[in-house]
Design a protein around this ligand. Structure first.
Ligand SMILES: Cc1cc2nc3c(=O)[nH]c(=O)nc-3n(C[C@H](O)[C@H](O)[C@H](O)COP(=O)(O)O)c2cc1C
Length: 329
């Protein structure tokens, strides 16, 4: 269904142009200091405004609707709610009938038999990364020793991301982007073998961000072309200290003490002004679509902080799992 986590359980709800959207975090330990101001830094990183982002303007004010009492988490399910303000649904009426190539209009309609809310892409909108970022803020509260560093490495295959995005936007087109996330301070021992591996859970959470097309840890796909003598991280000291980090901080599904390093490929935004072939859901007739509306030219710009949040959510869950195992021997 639509939730993530075993002990730190996150659900996202709402639609892009509905009255509100938010996250529900069940299993958040009690007693954590939490106020609306704590969300601002990460929400600001996701907010539109920079070149290459949507012209839609939202206040994105978090309401702590449940689970916080006198400034601390109460142990009850935690709900962070956001009201929608700047919706312009008219732009989307067409997509309910004529699905945008690359977007979720067709699959949503096929799965929900046309009952899905198409306004602003409904529940499939990148706007749902707003409550994901909020859940990430709560997760980071549980992980005070960790340091996250997230950056857009390239866009459109170029290091000069700004130029690639500006050129695509000027052509009524979009570009993909590559985001790198580095987490320091994990220590060795977080993660489970096989199904709940550190990479497995991090990737599971990160794929919740719309537009993700691939994830690699450490050398990732480049490892397939390497020799063991190149790829192995030789130990240079006690407690697993290594000089290199080809593994990206994980062996056997368990953190090895080096920084967790992953790279995430985000696709180019589907909704573009350029004309593309599609079809009419009602009549089945082929047609052309030049999509109207307000869209990001590169979703990786605002998606980066959402990816960081997804990683934090997975790490919070794994750290609660680790705590639950302490003293079991
Ligand atoms: C922060 C963010 C903003 C997004 N904005 C747009 C947008 O303006 N237009 C668009 O077509 N897709 C946008 N997307 C991507 C779509 O939501 C996504 O492509 C769509 O839901 C289909 O999912 P998929 O690409 O994972 O298959 C955005 C994604 C993120 C993370």
């Amino acid at each position: 269904m639509n939730s993530f986590g075993r002990l730190f359980r996150v659900e996202l709800f709402g639609e892009s142009h509905g009255p509100a959207l938010g996250c529900l975090v069940d299993g958040c330990p009690c007693g954590l200091p939490l106020a609306a101001e704590d969300f601002e830094a990460d929400l600001a990183r996701r907010r539109a405004g920079a070149s290459g982002t949507t012209p839609r303007r939202e206040a994105d004010l978090p309401e702590l609707a449940s689970g916080v009492y006198e400034g601390r988490t109460s142990g009850a399910p935690l709900c962070v709610l956001f009201r929608n303000g700047d919706a312009r649904s008219g732009d989307y009426e067409l997509f309910a009938r004529v699905p945008r190539p690359g977007h979720a209009d067709f699959t949503a309609s096929a799965k929900y038999r046309g009952f899905n809310d198409p306004r602003g892409s409904g529940h499939f909108s990148g706007r749902l990364t707003l409550p994901l970022v909020a859940a990430g803020v709560v997760a980071k509260k549980l992980l005070p020793a960790l340091r996250f560093e997230t950056r857009l490495v390239e866009a459109g295959g170029r290091e000069d991301a700004a130029a690639a995005i500006a050129e695509a936007a000027a052509a009524g087109d979009s570009v993909g982007g590559l985001v790198e996330i580095r987490v320091e301070g994990l220590g060795a021992g977080l993660g489970e073998p096989f199904f709940d591996s550190l990479e497995g859970l991090v990737a599971h959470a990160a794929f919740a961000v719309p537009g993700v097309r691939g994830i690699e840890f450490g050398d990732g796909f480049r490892a397939a072309a390497m020799r063991g003598s190149e790829h192995n991280d030789r130990f240079v000291g006690a407690y697993g200290l290594t000089a290199t980090n080809h593994a990206g901080g994980v062996n056997g599904g368990i953190s090895n003490g080096s920084p967790l390093v992953l790279r995430v490929a985000m696709k180019p935004t589907s909704t573009i002004a350029a004309s593309q072939a599609t079809f009419d859901l009602a009549s089945g007739a082929m047609t052309e679509l030049s999509a109207p509306g307000r869209h990001d030219a590169c979703i990786a710009l605002r998606g980066a902080v959402a990816l960081e949040a997804a990683v934090a959510v997975a790490l919070a869950d794994l750290s609660l799992i680790a705590r639950s195992q302490e003293g079991s021997a």
